[in-house]
Design a binder for this molecule. Structure first.
Ligand SMILES: *Cc1c(COP(=O)(O)O)cnc(C)c1O
Length: 372
């Protein structure tokens, strides 16, 4: 359970006043609203939020308040979280593997949009009248930090057969895909959009909607990603690929929430060439294992002054007694970094609190809300 704490002007002021010994997430609701509006205004279709990236209640509330009215959920628990803050929200149940009990709960919660990647899961859905069935397509795609096609998805030929079957059973046919997370190259979407058009053509089906998934990049290294360029590429490719372009849907997780959290960690000890932090890969930084380093870190003295000495590479350990508990590669940090300082990790809102464990008695428990 994460404690919510209101309200502070900025992280630096909070850290210098409170000198917290535990990891602290700072949540910036205004920043989240701005990102939500960038998607709502910029994406040429329906924006749904992939809840798994950050299921914190305050995050869901801020998104609903900003006008996000549809959510991509993968489990009954996620449906209940959304329902608790936005009872009227549209739920897309886009985990293509579901137990019968989960399907029943989805129906009870009013789900009418499902993804499917194999016939046996289509069978489990039973009567398809009034139900949108999005066939999950997979392609071998280069350009994502990790590939989402290795678990879910039907290759084009099987996807076409499934799509035809959806229509034969009275369902509303759509296609969905996920190009892989943290895609900086719009080509990942463009390749999928053209493949989706070929699949629909092979099946002889006019698509109701095309869901282009998540995968939008967060700002982990400079330059900041250009979401507008990706939105434009998606729109143009859809117009070019389809004679009758389907309505578009997206389901950003990472890019929606990355910027709205910062994570402040205490330097518990500093030795020659290494530092020990009060959180790490078992806590809010678990994504470092899979995505690699983020360049966006600010080092602060306990008084809140930025450390500015020339950078040097440091090994960064987390707090547990497990030797795996270190950040991959060395991290470039100011040479005057000292015990008692704080490292402020920016863009920490995605897959951070959602994945944090309590291993060895550590892990962030506190979210401080910023009022700017
Ligand atoms: C995880 C996931 C997302 C969100 O992906 P991001 O890369 O975080 O944007 C969207 N849709 C589905 C089906 C997912 O599994």
């Amino acid at each position: 359970m994460v404690l919510q704490q209101a309200f502070h002007r900025n992280p630096t002021q909070y850290l210098s006043r409170e000198t917290p010994q535990e990891p602290v997430f700072f949540f910036d609701p205004a920043r989240l609203a701005a990102t939500a509006w960038a998607f709502l205004d910029g994406f040429p279709g329906l924006v749904t939020f992939a809840v798994k990236a950050n299921p914190d209640r305050a995050v869901l509330e801020a998104l609903a308040a900003a006008g996000v009215g549809a959510f991509d959920v993968a489990s009954p628990e996620e449906m209940h979280l959304v329902h608790a803050v936005a009872p009227g929200a549209v739920l897309h149940y886009h985990n293509p593997i579901r137990a019968l009990s989960e399907i029943a709960e989805g129906r009870r919660m009013g789900v009418t949009s499902w993804s499917v990647d194999r016939l046996s899961e289509l069978d489990k859905l039973g009567d398809l009248s009034g139900q949108e069935i999005a066939v999950r397509l997979k392609l071998p795609v280069a350009g994502a930090v990790y590939d989402f096609g290795s678990k879910f998805g039907a290759e084009p030929e099987r996807a076409a057969a499934l799509l035809a079957e959806v229509v034969a059973r009275g369902g509303t046919p759509s296609i969905t895909f996920h190009p892989g997370t943290q895609c900086r190259d719009a080509q990942a979407w463009v390749a999928y959009i053209h493949a989706a058009a070929r699949v629909a053509e092979t099946a002889g089906v006019t698509l109701h909607r095309l869901n282009v998934g998540g995968g939008f990049p967060a700002h982990r290294e400079d330059p900041a990603p250009d979401l507008t360029a990706i939105f434009n590429a998606i729109e143009q490719a859809t117009r070019a690929a389809f004679a009758t372009p389907p309505a578009l849907v997206c389901e950003p997780g990472r890019a929606m929430v990355a910027e709205c959290f910062e994570l402040a960690l205490l330097v518990k000890a500093a030795t020659e060439g290494a530092i020990f932090l009060n959180d790490g890969i078992y806590g809010g930084l678990s994504e470092w294992r899979d995505l690699g380093p983020s360049a966006r870190i600010t080092a602060l003295s306990p008084e809140g002054t930025p450390r500015r000495a020339p950078l040097r590479p440091l090994t960064v350990f987390g707090p547990t007694c497990d030797s795996l508990d270190r950040l991959s590669e060395t991290v470039l940090l100011p040479g005057d970094l000292a015990e008692g300082d704080y490292l402020l990790f920016h863009a920490c809102g995605a897959y951070s609190n959602a994945l944090a464990t309590r291993f060895n008695g550590y892990g962030a428990r506190q979210i401080v809300t910023l009022a700017r």
